[in-house]
Design a protein around this ligand. Structure first.
Ligand SMILES: Nc1ncnc2c1ncn2[C@@H]1O[C@H](COP(=O)(O)OP(=O)(O)OP(=O)(O)O)[C@@H](O)[C@H]1O
Ligand SMILES: [Mg+2]
Length: 260
């Protein structure tokens, strides 16, 4: 699925005071593309993704899927905080979307087990999420998103709360499933290395109000691995992106100092 954002703006009102959070954002994600959106904390990444998902109405501008406007909310978002239902066991969490679509129980369990295997959790199918670690719960969220074969997947810092090792493993699992399914992915992160490791292209946002500062193509061949992080190409890209984002972080910080 192709995604197009045209001149998106978002203004929040708090009483009389208006805050512009997203300012004139336009970009396109191509069919099957892995697009990363990178920006400093608080720059409006989640706000942008929620508008793309149809969970939040833009103040102006348009979100267009495969040339069509207003296609309604998408059921393919993986959130920043883990979003599994604590009252359902693991397999029912994964099967939730299938159940909503009326897939019979045997079939949805069959498909869900297949995806739990892909993320290494089939042994835990009948456990409750609270018995599992945070990393395992994020894996459930991954399996739950992909089992539905969404035509586009929107991910909001899905690995943000994980330790470095678990994060690397899940990034790898995500890339494997993405390669298999070739879905369009829009992946929000504030981690430069993560964006380079995962993305075909990286959109770098400014500090709030979020605009697009730069679009970078990541030419590093796939499959990518951890060893590549020490390659010349990777290091150069990291420096380039960091230089691009540093002034934004500094701007955001001096803004905070002004307010305090
Ligand atoms: N519903 C709302 N009402 C008012 N202000 C909001 C609302 N939602 C978000 N904001 C403000 O918009 C700005 C951007 O928030 P957002 O959550 O989109 O940033 P973010 O880039 O995802 O940050 P982080 O990296 O910390 O997740 C913040 O200043 C936030 O306080
Ligand atoms: Mg966010």
């Amino acid at each position: 699925m192709r995604l197009e954002c045209r001149y998106l703006n978002k203004i929040f009102w708090e009483g009389e005071k208006e805050t512009r959070v997203i300012s004139d954002i336009s970009f396109e994600a191509r069919e099957g593309e892995f697009l990363c959106i990178l920006g400093p904390s608080g720059c409006g990444k989640s706000t942008l993704l929620r508008m793309i998902a149809g969970l939040l109405t833009p103040s102006s501008g348009e979100v267009i899927y495969d040339g069509e406007r207003n296609s309604g909310p998408l059921n393919s978002m993986v959130f920043q905080e883990y979003g599994v239902f604590p009252w359902m066991n693991v397999i029912d969490n994964v099967a939730f979307g299938l159940e909503m679509r009326g897939v019979p129980r045997d079939e949805r369990y069959h498909q869900s087990i297949a995806y739990l295997k892909k993320v290494g959790l089939s042994k835990y199918a009948y456990r409750n999420p609270h018995e599992l670690s945070v990393g395992m719960r994020q894996r459930i969220a991954l399996a739950r998103a992909f089992v539905n074969h969404p035509s586009i997947l929107l991910m909001d810092e899905p690995f943000g709360s994980l330790d470095a090792q678990t994060r690397l493993i899940l990034q790898d699992e995500l890339l494997k499933i993405w390669k298999e399914q070739q879905k369009t992915v829009v992946f929000v992160t504030h981690d430069i290395d993560e964006a380079i490791l995962l993305g075909d292209r990286v959109l770098v946002m400014t500090s709030v109000p979020g605009r697009i500062k730069e679009v970078m193509t990541i030419g590093i061949p796939r499959p990518r691995s951890l060893q590549m992080e020490s390659s010349k190409e990777f290091i150069e890209l990291r420096m380039k992106i960091w230089n691009c984002i540093r002034s934004e972080v500094e701007k955001a910080m001096s803004h905070d100092h002004d307010e305090s």
